[in-house]
Design a protein around this ligand. Structure first.
Ligand code: CUA
Length: 322
């Protein structure tokens, strides 16, 4: 029975361990979480193998033979067995608890971490680097092997930040901040996914986490800071990207959460306004005109753009529409 149990456990563990169930692991924290996961899963599989082997063996060995109408043996407890099946699970649960506590405390350690402020809003992510002169980006760029402390919040409703390859998930909640420490250890591009149902555009609330070598990251930072110093804030395209407009509006006629910007001229005609005025109004006061067939879903969040920024954005959209 022990041999059967060991064999069944080994087969089940091999299927679990070598199967392609998980995304690749791209952070130190993900590696630690995997260790706890496999300790726990390994214990579960071993116990499962033991119990099912005993059951199957007993069903076969102790089955009632034909014409056997006698009673079973009168058994009343077994102190030795009871001690074992209390002591062993106690040890196993303690092992799981201690390994989890160690990993949790390691994964929350933000010593030497670079801070990135993460803001979720319907339906886009933005990332601000306070230690890099407040650099703002719509994708999350991280240098390899550098611990990063994400400080998350939300502007409107609850969102949730998740990168499968980093194995961790954290809510972004309006009115408070939450934290997540990530130490990326594999260069690559991974999806940033919102995992809290946050409204009509929830499924489109995606971004990218790009793990770069230190040199590539520094080059990106100086590139972005150089552009900002040259008055790049007035670039309509940068405003469109940095405000996450593209997560709801395509630049052609494709329908996303909102209408595609290729239909801007036609919509202005329906609204009965000159296209430039209409475009400006639709940015600062999105519910002034709602395109038929679309929800009133755009946040009233863009009134804070300066006149200069608004001009640049409107010009960019009009050029695109033409
Ligand atoms: Cu934000 Cu779902």
């Amino acid at each position: 029975m022990v041999v059967i149990a060991l064999a069944a456990s080994a087969v089940a563990f091999a299927v679990a361990f070598f199967g392609p169930w998980f995304p690749e692991q791209a952070s130190v924290e993900a590696g630690r979480i995997a260790v706890v996961f496999w300790i726990t899963t390994g214990i579960c599989i071993a116990i499962f193998g033991l119990v099912t082997s005993m059951l199957l063996y007993s069903v076969w060995k102790f089955r009632a033979r034909p014409d056997d109408d006698s009673d079973g043996l009168p058994i009343h407890g077994h102190t030795g067995l009871e001690i074992w099946w209390t002591a062993i699970p106690t040890v196993l649960v303690t092992v799981i608890a201690i390994s989890s506590a160690i990993v949790l405390s390691q994964n929350e350690d933000a010593t030497g971490a670079m801070t990135v402020n993460v803001t979720g809003e319907q339906f886009a992510w933005s990332f601000e680097y306070p230690e890099l002169d407040g650099l703002v980006s719509t994708d999350l760029r991280l240098p390899l092997d550098q611990p990063v402390k994400l400080v998350l919040t939300a502007k409107d409703v609850i969102h949730s930040f998740w990168v499968p390859e980093f194995s961790q998930k954290q809510d972004a909640v309006p009115g408070m901040t939450t934290e997540l420490v990530i130490t990326p250890n594999k260069i690559g591009e991974y999806p940033v996914i919102c995992t809290e149902l946050c409204g009509l555009g929830h499924a489109t609330m995606r971004s990218e986490a790009k793990v770069l070598s230190r040199a590539d990251f520094d080059a990106w930072v100086s590139d972005r800071q150089g552009a900002a110093a040259e008055g790049g804030a007035a670039s309509g395209e940068a405003l469109f990207t940095d405000n996450g407009c593209g997560s709801c509006h395509s630049l052609d006629e494709t329908k996303l959460v909102g209408p595609g910007l290729g239909t801007l001229t036609a919509a202005a005609e329906r609204a009965g306004k000159p296209v430039e005025e209409f475009t400006r109004e639709s940015i600062v006061q999105p519910d002034a005109y709602i395109e038929p067939g679309f929800p009133n879903a755009m946040p009233n969040a863009y009134g804070g753009l300066s006149d200069e920024q608004l001009d640049a954005l409107v010009q960019y959209l009009l050029e695109g529409a033409e």
